[in-house]
Design a protein around this ligand. Sequence first.
Ligand SMILES: NC(=O)c1ccc[n+]([C@@H]2O[C@H](COP(=O)([O-])OP(=O)(O)OC[C@H]3O[C@@H](n4cnc5c(N)ncnc54)[C@H](O)[C@@H]3O)[C@@H](O)[C@H]2O)c1
Length: 365
Amino acid sequence: MEPIGVGIIGTGNISDAYLKAAPGFSFLKVVACADINMEAARAKAAAHGIEALEVAALLADPRVGIVLNLTTPQHHVGVGLQAIAAGKHVYSEKPLAVELAEAMKLVDAAAKAGLRAGCAPDTFLGGSHQTARAALDSGLIGEVVAGSAAMMVPGHEIWHPNPDFYYQPGGGPMLDMGPYYLTCLVNMLGPVAAVTGSAKAAYATRTIGSGPRAGQVVEVKVPTHISGILDFANGAQITITTSFDVWKHGHNHIELYGRKGSMIVPDPNQFQGAVMASEHRGDWAEVEQAHLYGDGNYRILGLADMAQAIRTGRPHRASLELSLHVLEIMTSIIKAAETGLRIMLSHQCGRPEAMVPGLPKGQLD
Ligand SMILES: NC(=O)c1ccc[n+]([C@@H]2O[C@H](COP(=O)([O-])OP(=O)(O)OC[C@H]3O[C@@H](n4cnc5c(N)ncnc54)[C@H](O)[C@@H]3O)[C@@H](O)[C@H]2O)c1
């Protein structure tokens, strides 16, 4: 069967990871890329042996079945709506949108057009996080009572040559990194029912640390240290902190505390990492990994899963419902911080299907 053609819009920093991982899945093929900056698109196309097109030409290209939207967050919905209007399925980098009302436009348009829309992150489909979920489902640590999630770094301007978007409305550490932590938690524990929050910004400006703009100062327009308490529908209470204000810390990425024991879940921004568990107050021991995609960077797995789901008619795992729920959690934590209110969530989702163990690499069904 012919592979589904993928056209990339947005050929910046993250596009290399997708282009490198794509050949691992024979049922999809990246055919072209586009960017408002055609120089960037041409350079990426030349490096990866694909065609560079203007955005409109890529959207009109009959070879493109799925648009892979790798633009910056403020453009995710706009580009997504363009793709749907052109009759293409669309898979976007995270977050789904920067506001819930914007995301709903995409949800409605995809539903009306009968097209698929999916959204990163897809790291929760990797070997480590599927292992953690399977261990929880097997009752290894018992019912989860509480837990913590910590994503605290000094800020991406240290390494990203164009970090402006992280400090503009729609940026900040929660919308940027929260999707990894929250998607991972919802995959393991199911949906969140209600949130509270607190937020601040420690610095008024940031200085770009690398690239041609090194030394330029960026104004901070969003909170950069955001904490939330997540009350999950299953009763688990998890605290989450996302920060661009912390030089160094000693917390694990995610810890879960169950009635029978505890679990350390590795970085949800990676596919690999050891899952550790302890029984009662016993020593930590590594949980054996039975799932694939836990030994490298498979940042295209969610798109590959969506491509395969389009063929077979099953739901895809990195879904609109999941990313909409995660977006509502994040925007509600920020709203709770602004208002001092506890916010009940209105867009719920189920857990995505677990990955099927035992299949050969590159085959998802
Ligand atoms: N950089 C990373 O390590 C990383 C990791 C995971 C996810 N992401 C996510 O990927 C997305 C892109 O991040 P990045 O770091 O590659 O950003 P980037 O700024 O390096 O690249 C974004 C590209 O999109 C283009 N673009 C913006 N709006 C456009 C539009 N309307 N039409 C066509 N092209 C447009 C820009 O010209 C730019 O080339 C973000 O949502 C980010 O959160 C980034």
